[in-house]
Design a protein around this ligand. Structure first.
Ligand code: NAD
Length: 496
């Protein structure tokens, strides 16, 4: 049975009028489960006007009213965690446990935004000059849009909308057309939490909707998370249209393992971070940099763990790794394994040969040894369950490799030497660093973002940088003079 998946406009599900739709699949069965509406430019324009009207009202809501809505929303997310996780698993394919992790990490952003009265506090300088006070306030931008990727259909929208709405904006979400249904439950929960209709909108769509959002003069800012070529396009198009843009792109995250590392700790962590969510995470560790004589032992330890992983439907309790998002993506990932083998990498574990369910978009885990920087398995973001091992002789060689990579989202070092770890933290040119921590996604009260081709713009996502992104500063200089002391003075005002 194929379900129609529509927009959420003005507090209700709203069927699209463009006549264009896109199929949605259950990746574990390979069957089409839904059909999502794709908004036209005219529908986008109409929705932006509605959102602008809602934003004008919402910015007047008191901080305590906004905070109360956020607390209620956070409570509802927890109450509906099972429903949310099931929707994510059905359309994305990740395991239910992983989907619950997505709910939990997304909810942290809502918890952070519950503190909006504290987050929106300005500064005050009494008597900046005689009889003059100066103070700063932060105000919302108006209508802001979020364009999100398929791999976190719940968490990434929450990275954005919690802070955007808490700070007094109206938020338009354009989810991935591959797994659009979670967005509609998020919308219902916002409504149940007491958010006025029109403040949170879901506009389903593809490039046509994105392009319309990027150029509509009613949209003040765009947050984007997705692949690097599209992130670059979003940044260039949005900023050319005068908008604030933060565009987070793809990744190729390296784990450096020093010879003194605890091998079991490192192998467990790397296996989890390379193959969790079938490698479809922007913080997945897809390259292991094995330093010195650790390489053989590490490859053995990783390959020994892989046969124990159960590949299957995400909603079965013993499954460790689910399918990939589409058949085309599964085939593309398998093509990278072919290319790696042809280029001379040793296929230690071959996911193409794995015993996986026949229906659905499954691929087993792959471990490639002897990967070198020229191979496409090294240069490209594969976004699948493929881990490449690059062997280097020294820490310096490994560091140079990581710093030369065009991506710089996350990285991790495994060692028992605190001094070496601290040096790595100092030296490495990557936005998020884990020390014996494989997926160092910052907690919600820090901000998330990479460097280089993993981020276009200068603002990271969520946390303090998210609050700044969705607000603009205003500084007020005020005096209440005694009219009897007033006189004309043409001089440039100086502080006295
Ligand atoms: P994607 O770039 O294909 O799509 C992301 C969004 O952009 C979707 O909403 C999609 O509809 C839209 N889009 C796609 N093509 C477009 C076009 N030509 N013009 C305008 N809009 C377009 O990414 P994806 O495949 O959904 O997600 C996987 C990618 O996202 C990976 O590269 C992954 O590393 C990255 N990602 C990055 C982060 C991060 O924080 N840096 C987090 C999650 C995912």
């Amino acid at each position: 049975m194929s379900t129609r998946i529509s927009h959420w406009i003005d507090g209700r599900v709203s069927e699209g009028t463009s006549g264009r739709t896109s199929p949605v699949y259950n990746p574990a069965t390979g069957e089409q489960s839904g059909e999502v509406d794709l908004a036209s430019a005219a529908e986008v324009s109409d929705v932006v006007k509605k959102a602008a009207a809602a934003a004008r009202e919402w910015r007047s809501a008191s901080l305590s009213k906004r905070s109360a809505v956020l607390f209620a929303f956070r409570h509802l997310l927890q109450e509906h965690a099972d429903d949310l996780a099931e929707i994510v698993t059905a359309e994305h394919g990740k395991t239910l446990a992983d989907a619950h992790g997505e709910v939990a990490r997304g909810s942290e952003n809502v918890e952070y935004a519950c503190g909006v009265p504290e987050l929106m506090k300005g500064g005050f300088s009494e008597q900046a000059a005689t009889g003059i006070d100066v103070y700063s306030i932060r105000q919302p931008l108006g209508v802001v849009a979020g364009i999100t990727p398929f791999n976190f259909p719940l968490m990434v929208p929450l990275w954005m909308c919690a802070n955007a709405i808490a700070t007094g904006n109206a938020f338009i979400l354009k989810p991935s057309e591959k797994d659009p249904s979670a967005s509609l439950l998020i919308a219902k929960l916002w409504q149940q939490a007491g958010l006025p209709d029109g403040v949170f909108t879901v506009l389903q769509g593809d490039k046509e909707a994105v392009d319309a959002l990027l150029t509509d003069p009613g949209v003040a800012a765009v947050s984007f998370v997705g692949s690097t070529p599209i992130a670059k396009y979003i940044y260039e198009t949005g900023t050319a249209a005068g908008k604030r843009v933060q565009a987070l792109g793809g990744a190729k995250n390296h784990a450096m393992v020093l010879p003194d590392a605890d091998l079991d700790v490192a192998a467990d962590a790397i296996v989890g971070a390379a193959y969790g969510a079938a490698g479809e995470r922007c913080m997945a560790l897809s390259v292991t940099v094995a330093v010195g004589d650790v390489a053989d032992r590490l490859v053995d330890a990783i390959s020994a763990r892989l046969p124990k992983l159960v590949v299957g439907p995400g909603n079965e309790s013993d499954t460790d790794m689910g399918p990939l998002i589409t058949a085309a993506h599964r085939d593309k990932v398998a093509g990278y394994i072919d290319a790696g083998a042809s280029a001379g990498a040793k296929v230690v574990v071959d996911g193409r040969e794995a015993d996986v369910p026949e229906c659905g978009f499954f691929l087993g885990t792959t471990l490639l040894d002897g990967v070198t920087p020229e191979m496409s398995v090294y240069t490209d973001e594969i976004f699948g369950p493929v881990l490449g091992v690059v062997r280097v002789d020294t820490y310096e060689e490994g560091l140079e490799l990581i710093n030369a990579n065009r991506y710089a989202n996350g990285t991790a070092i495994f060692t028992r030497d605190g001094g070496a770890a601290r040096q790595f933290q100092f030296d490495v040119e990557v936005g998020m660093v884990g020390i014996n921590v494989p997926i160092p996604v910052p907690v919600a009260y820090y901000s998330f973002g990479g460097w280089k081709a993993s981020l276009f713009g200068d603002t990271h996502m969520y946390g303090p940088e998210g609050v700044n992104f969705y607000t603009r500063g205003k500084v007020v200089t005020s005096r209440w003079p005694d009219p009897s002391t007033s006189s004309v003075d043409l001089g440039f005002p100086r502080t006295r």
